[in-house]
Write a new protein. Sequence first.
Lengths: 126, 212
Amino acid sequence: MKPIVPKAIESYAAAHSVPESTVCRLIREETFRTQEAPQMLVGPLEAAFLKTLIQSIRAKRVLEIGTFTGYSALSMAEALPDDGQVITCEVDPGTASLAQTFWDRSPHGKKIEVRIGPALDTLTTL
Amino acid sequence: MRVHRKGLLRVTVGHATSVLAWSRNCVRHEYTMKEVIFLKRMVQQVNARRVLELGTFDGASALAMAECLPDDGELITCEINSGLAGLARKRASRHAHGHKVDVRTGPALETLRHLAGPFELIFIDADTQNYVHYFHLAMELLGPSGVLLIDNMRASELVMSGGGPETNDSAVAILELARELASDSQLDVQLAPVRDGVMVITRRRRGDLLEP
């Protein structure tokens, strides 16, 4: 994926944004080690964007379509209050269960609920 | 390209006419369409009624944000240059949303001390050497779920052209503030790669501080 912002700018921006959590770092490393398309992971800067967005609207419930390995869902869960919730839809049970193993290692993982299956089907049930 | 951007702005934000005029006129300040869209979206996102701006310049950003405020909304904007403040007032007087804009002339540090919060959105776009002071005063005026924006993070100067902060006092001040912000566990901070870099700062809610 070719980024629309020059890499040096993106690195500068990421270096001055909220850093990723330890578990998010582990997800990122595992994803780049084991997945065929690791660029699907949003990364620290987009995660910071999602967090400030969640804080600014004081979100309590978040819906995500496309869990992948769970990096963005956990990032968002970290910005939610204790009784917040992320419902995230994933069609691939393999990446969803990998995500779950990492969420279980975070105090914020309990806020995340993954729905496995085609998101178009899941959305009609929410 | 201009046609495309114009269309995009109309679709995404609306009320575009005056903004387009400013984008042609603001030569020195170089407001880009992207930043104006960004500011307007932030006002809508936080559902702001009261906005505070440091650094009016010609009033372009103030009026753009005012367009997204409710009718009883208020935008207080501080400008040290009385000529620019006068220009901004004149523009506001001719603008449909100008009645929401209150231009305060004088050093912003003085003006801030006399203001009462809360503001839902604060936009700092003033003299960078005072950024640390502005930041601390702004946090006192920011509502609990408010968003603080700090402009001019010098992304292009410090990164793309290879210039080091040691060459520039205001760049040193900016980087010091950026480091302080990023290490503050009470805040979520994102340096948005918009124009020259805009810092987006929100407070974390109680109960989310057990991280990581």
